[in-house]
Write a protein that binds this ligand. Structure first.
Ligand code: FAD
Length: 448
């Protein structure tokens, strides 16, 4: 009989894996169950679709179920939800969400790639029309339809993380709406040190987004089932639309109920090959755990780039090949209008929490030669280990061209480089791109 491969979740991790499995197991029957109506979409593109910069939504779909079938003989069943797993019997219970029919399907190899779900606070009115969380393409389409239908003039974005920053940008800088960005924490971007977050906050305020920090959400005021206001610890903000970007949680319920080992933040434990604690079952993407390469500790992060890489490795492992996903440095970036932010490795605070004796430098420079048109301010913070001089991490806040420079730092971390090694790097320079010393190297000089 043909080998049966089942995949739960048909987006970044699931479909990356499916492609690899097809290459290695040309005869296997590969079936993907996807709860939403789309496969292989770019959730990361949702803010730009809601902004109206990308049209129509189908441009965010990398490959449709029909294309998967035609090009790779991979069966993708959308609007099919997997309800439970039976690892002993090697079966899943599936519900066809169109017909309501439930049936069992069997596997020889199973991948769980169920992603993560946005947190919804248990407050009054959270289900009102006009309040959105973003995860699947369908959630993005729903938010976009609301914007097109009601043309709101003001939106409140709750949560000053990556998605919060991008949605505030979509509304304020592209759609010309008034935006209030609310966060209960005293700083935006909690994955940054407070000094860098302060730079981000003042830039956001300068752009015109009303930033309210240290102000917790209490509930929502509604009228006729629609959002009318956001009630906070300090008052009430009238608004016509709300986006909640309060973080996400791994969708590990299926795995947990089936007795698979869970790891940090209840993500599904997966080793370097993306194998779970149960032979024959792999996990990849936002639902799976990984390792933090600076601390060596189990780690969980929900990022598209990581999900794609994990999916690739899971697929190769499932197909009988050899591949490893050793872990992450927590490299991430985002943008709010003209402001770019990025981070990798450990912040000063994280270095301290993990027992490193750290030194740091913060420099202010320009994205290009100061005299060249379009040069913008850029700040770089580098964190290094006292004594050894080993780089521990970096954060960047600045104008156009700033964020992707974090990749230099991420690469240096991967190479175990010291600050001296960083200064020796032969990085490119011409006035339209950089200063004679790259900003990252200027920060390195300051650290010595
Ligand atoms: P998902 O993309 O969540 O896919 C999991 C799929 O599984 C879903 O389609 C879901 O419907 C399905 N599913 C879940 N449970 C079941 C079930 N029981 N049965 C059947 N199907 C099921 N990352 C970045 O790196 N950079 C960015 O700029 C960025 N921007 C983002 C912006 C937004 C608005 C959002 C929402 C996310 C962003 N991300 C970004 C994160 C990135 O989109 C995710 O990390 C990535 O999509 C994870 O891929 P995944 O395959 O693990 O999970």
């Amino acid at each position: 009989a043909k080998e049966r491969v089942l995949i739960v979740g048909g987006d970044a991790a699931g479909m990356s894996a499916a492609g690899q499995i097809r290459k290695l197991l040309p005869d296997a029957e590969i079936t993907v169950y996807e709860r939403s109506g789309y496969s292989s979409y770019s959730a990361c593109g949702i803010p730009y679709f809601i902004a109206g910069l990308v049209e129509p939504e189908t441009r965010l779909v990398v490959r449709t179920p029909e294309e998967f079938l035609q090009k790779q003989n991979i069966v993708v069943k959308v609007r099919h939800e997997v309800l439970s797993l039976d690892p002993d019997g090697g079966t899943v219970l599936v519900r066809d969400l169109e017909s309501g029919r439930e049936f069992r399907d069997s596997w020889d190899r199973l991948l769980i790639a169920t992603g993560a779900s946005p947190a919804v606070p248990p407050v009054e009115g959270a289900k009102a029309e006009g309040i959105f969380t973003l995860s699947t393409l369908e959630t993005g389409i729903a938010a976009r339809r609301y914007v097109d239908k009601f043309r709101p003039r003001h939106a409140v974005v709750i949560g000053g993380g990556y998605i919060g920053l991008e949605m505030a940008e979509a509304f304020a800088c592209v759609r010309g709406m008034k935006v209030t960005l609310l966060d209960k924490s005293p700083q935006v971007m909690n994955t940054f040190d407070a000094d860098m977050a302060e730079l981000i906050a003042s830039a956001i305020r300068g752009i015109g987004t009303a930033l309210r920090l240290g102000e917790g959400l209490v509930g929502f005021g509604t009228e006729g089932g629609r959002i009318r206001s956001v009630i906070t610890e300090h008052g009430e903000i009238e608004t016509e639309m709300v986006i909640m970007g309060l973080g996400v949680r791994p969708n590990s319920g299926l795995a947990g109920d089936a007795g698979l080992k869970l790891s940090v933040r209840d993500s599904i434990f997966a080793d370097e090959t993306m194998a779970t604690s149960r032979p024959g079952i792999w996990a990849a993407g936002d639902c799976a755990s990984t390792t933090h390469l600076m601390t060596g500790k189990p780690f969980w992060v929900a990022l598209g780039t990581v999900a794609n890489k994990m999916g690739r490795v899971a697929g190769i492992s499932m197909g009988g090949g050899r591949a490893a996903f050793p872990g992450v440095y927590g490299t991430a970036m985002s943008k709010h209008c003209g402001l770019e932010v990025a981070r990798t490795g450990l912040t000063e605070r994280e270095a301290e929490e993990n027992g490193f004796r750290s030194v740091s430098s913060v420099i202010r420079t320009k994205t290009r030669a100061g005299y060249y048109p379009g040069a913008e301010t850029m700040h770089v913070k580098l964190v290094g280990e006292e004594g050894s001089g080993r780089l521990l991490g970096g954060q960047i806040v600045g104008g156009q061209g700033s964020a992707k420079r974090v990749d230099i730092i991420a690469t240096a971390l991967a190479g175990g480089m010291t600050v001296n090694n960083l200064l020796e790097l032969d990085l490119g320079y011409a006035p339209p791109f950089s200063m004679a010393w790259d900003p990252v190297q200027i920060a390195g000089r300051e650290l010595l």
